[in-house]
Structure formats: C-alpha cells, structure tokens
Design a protein around this ligand. Structure first.
Ligand code: ATP
Length: 363
C-alpha cells in the first residue's frame, strides 16, 4: 500500500476533570475524571443507562455540563461558564446509524465536510482519496451507499470524519447494527484505522469483548461514575470490585478468609482461605476459569489432597475448542471451569485452584 500522509491529523489529548451532568433530578455523569493521552484509543464501557453516551455527547459539545472542566490539549472546551460549540472543537463523531447521504456517491459523502469549508480542485480530490485509502475503500469511490455492505458503510462514515483532520474521533456504538461476524471483521478495521491514523479515539460500547479487543484503555462506568480506568489486561486480571469482575470476562466469585482486596492469592493461600470456618469467609475472591485445573473423575476411594477441592459436575456446554463446566462445591458455591473433555453430569471431579484475586465489595 502507498505511504500515507496523516500529517494533517493534529492529534491531541483530552483532560476530563470532575465532570458532572444532570438532567433534572437525574445525575447522568457524576464527577467523572479521565486523562486521555494523544493518540490513545479509549473505550467508555458500561451497562445501558450508565452515562457513556451522555459523556460522549458532552465531549462533542452537544451537551453543556453542570460542573467540572474539559480540556483539549491546553484549550478549555467546557466548564461551568465556558461552552465551545461542536463545530469549533475539531472533533468528529461516528454514529451507529452511519448517517450517510443516500443520493451522494461514496467520494461525495466523504468529501462533503471539506467541500463545506470551501476546499475544491486537486486539493479536494487528494483529501478524499487519502481518507478512502485509510479505510481501504478507494476502489469504491464512485459507488452509492446503497450498494455497500453495513461494514463498508461504516468505513465510509469513518473516512468522512477523517477528511476534516479532527484532533479526536468520537464513536458511539459504531458496530451495534452489524451482525456478529461482521463485527469481528470491523474490529480489525478499527484497529488498523487507529494504527494508521494515530488519532485519539473515544469509543462508546456496552460490549466488554469489543472494548477489550479494541481499546488501549477502558473506562468502566456505572451509574454515571467511573468505577475503574485501566488497560484491558489490568481490568481482566485485577478488577477492583465484585461488580467489575462480573462485568469483564468470565469467572466465579467465592468467599474466602483473607486479608486485603487488591491482592493475588496463590493456590495454598487460596485454599487456606476457602477451608476457613464459614463466619470468617467474608472476602470475595475472583477465580478465572483458566486458573482451574480439573483432574480425572474422582475414584470413589480417592479423596482430594488438602490443596484440592472435590466438586460435582452440574452442567457441560460444548464451546468448540473446549467444554465449559459448571461445578458445585461442597460449600454450595459454583465454579465455572474449562476442560478438554466432557465429564459425566453428576460425576465428582477434583479441582486445583491455581490463583484468585481479592475484590473490593461494591458500594
Ligand atoms: N436528554 C436527556 N434528558 C433526560 N435524561 C436523559 C437524557 N439523556 C440521557 N438521560 C438519562 O441519563 C442516563 C444516562 O443515559 P445515557 O444515554 O448516557 O446512557 P448510556 O450508558 O449511553 O446507555 P445506552 O447504552 O442505553 O445508550 C439515563 O438514565 C438516561 O435516561
């Protein structure tokens, strides 16, 4: 592919400082602070109604704020008494509905924002061509939007937001209207797009696998508040609270007697905590399925060692590359585990727990 000129893109960082947005009695965004570095790909992740779209609309300038400040590089975009209008923010937004003009070709759709600014002739053609190359749609310049797939239409929308050299690209659930297969393909397109442009991207989604696959950093939101901010691996391995642990990835939460949240327990310490008396088992610990080893069915005469647990197989689901098992422990708690073969339902197995992660209780 030809060398791409993305020098026009004046990527910048965003500082969101204690931003609050209320709609009447309802606080949609509650004292949220984030520092987004230039060129970072950030996902705002959370369940429906947690305030992520409101936060994106605040960044775009479609909503004013009640408290806090937003800065793009050194420039204040919003505070209690400043509100820079959307068209002066140098940001571009991509919606889940694509919002393409049906009567314009792909090239005309992409070029529209710069045509509005008066760009014409060779400079215009070059800008449109560059943006189309970035989303690998240069061969489709003369097609009409109706003659494109959903994924291609979304790439046209991406190209259109790029022509105006935005400092930040805001994306509101851009894959929500696509089927599962296409979403996976588009995840690759978005990653490529980010690598080639180096743009600062803020991406709203309620889909944790999408956020984990795409983002450099994820802001997990709940009821308008930021509950955790970190790299996908950190959120997966070291979720702060029981709620984050349940929201990101798969796993089981067991009660143990252990000291502090934010600590990893290796096998022996974990087993000591699990074997403590009931009243002392007050700390929630997360055990991911990949940290559970299952031994062959327990012979009737064999007992698990003191560092193992006995468990009963309650359900077995075939997932192609592995089986997903639900195991019932003597304490009554359940454990999600993976295994390469399918044990009989109701059979007893021995379980080795390699490690667990101590969680903070939810507020
Ligand atoms: N214009 C508005 N007027 C009143 N309340 C609003 C308005 N916009 C959002 N809200 C409320 O603010 C809260 C946050 O909404 P928001 O759309 O930001 O959530 P979300 O996390 O993006 O949800 P979803 O994933 O369902 O889009 C919700 O309770 C919503 O009802």
């Amino acid at each position: 592919m030809a060398e791409l000129d993305t020098s026009g893109l004046n990527t910048a960082g965003l500082t969101i400082d204690r931003v609050t947005k209320r709609f009447g009695e309802q606080t949609a965004v509650d004292a949220l602070s984030l520092t987004i570095n230039p060129g970072e790909f950030v996902a705002l992740l959370g369940p429906s109604g947690c305030g992520k779209t409101t936060m994106l609309r605040i960044l775009a300038g479609f909503e004013t704020i009640n408290d806090g400040t937003i800065q793009l590089a050194n420039r204040i975009l919003a505070s209690t008494d400043i509100h820079v209008p959307p068209e002066q923010r140098n940001m571009a937004m991509v919606f889940q509905s694509y919002a393409l003009w049906p009567h314009m070709s792909v090239a005309d759709n992409v070029g529209y924002p710069v045509k509005l600014r008066g760009l014409r002739g060779a400079a215009y053609q070059q800008k449109v061509q560059q943006a189309l190359v970035l989303v690998e749609l240069d061969a489709y310049a003369h097609r009409m939007p109706q003659a494109l797939s959903g994924g291609q239409r979304q790439r046209v929308a991406l190209a259109r937001c790029l022509v105006s050299d935005p400092s930040v690209v805001l994306l509101d659930e851009p894959l929500a209207n696509l089927d599962r297969h296409l979403r996976a393909t588009m995840e690759h397109s978005f990653r490529d797009f980010h690598q080639r442009t180096g743009a600062t991207l803020v991406y709203v989604t309620h889909d944790q696998t999408e956020a984990m696959a795409l983002a450099d950093k994820i802001a997990v939101m709940k009821a308008g508040k930021l509950v955790q901010w970190g790299a996908p691996e950190t959120l997966y391995r070291q979720p702060r609270t029981a709620w984050v642990a349940g929201f990101i990835g798969q796993g089981s939460q067991l009660k143990v007697a252990a000291d502090h949240p934010g600590k990893r327990l290796e096998n022996a310490a974990l087993m000591r905590g699990l074997n403590a008396i009931e009243s002392e088992r007050t700390q929630s610990v997360l055990v991911r399925p990949e940290h559970i080893q299952i031994s062959a069915a327990l012979a009737s005469s064999a007992a698990p060692t003191h560092n193992q647990l006995a468990a009963q197989v309650e359900s077995v689901i075939f997932r192609g590359e592995r089986y997903e098992l639900t195991l019932r422990l003597p304490s009554g708690e359940t454990l999600l585990a993976y295994h390469h073969t399918a044990p009989d339902l109701g059979s007893q197995v021995t379980v080795d727990l390699q490690q667990g992660w101590c969680l903070e209780p939810d507020q």
